[in-house]
Design a binder for this molecule. Sequence first.
Ligand code: AR6
Length: 186
Amino acid sequence: MEPLPSPRLEVVTGDITRCDVDAIVNAANSSLLGGGGVDGAVHRAAGPDLVHECRLLGGCKTGQAKITGGYRLPARHIIHTVGPVWRGGEFGEDRLLASCYDCALELAVKHGLRSIAFPAISTGIYGYPLEAAAEVAVSTVTGRLAAQADAFDRVLFVCFDAKSTEVYSRAVARHSASHMPDRTDR
Ligand code: AR6
């Protein structure tokens, strides 16, 4: 039998709360009780029962992730992760941001979820520079997919505006190119 093709990373522009996937990732804060940006949109669209489940989770540390149901969302689950606040880049922000993507993917695998959509974690209210955040996001996700190629059918980066879409698309193109076999090796 042919091996399953590894899922291509898709970059789309839009509202992540409308994604019909097994899990959307929420860029939350450590209380997990809601906030602005994508977190506010997720809580509004999922409805009031989400915060009741979130209250039982006891918060979440920066770089970690917790899972809930999707309630009124088309997505079956929400993986809440807490990105780092950008403080200039000298405080482990890259490691913490990578950990958000890693922990979210690990939770998805643990729950048998095969399609997942990420927002551009930390690039809004938390101030992480877009180019640097896209590099961390795409390199981390690409690395895990290389190790677990058959775990996912779809992995999406959902950008909210044209500028983010352009930056994430370039990062994906860079990483896809670097994973192409070198012609001289054949
Ligand atoms: N769909 C997709 N992307 C979105 C949406 C949406 N509906 N809404 C915003 N974005 P942010 P952070 C983009 O600020 O920087 C909250 O108050 C947005 O344009 O949502 O991780 C939490 O409670 C940006 O590119 O998250 C925390 O306190 C990206 O999502 C804090 O904000 C992330 O922006 C987390 O800040």
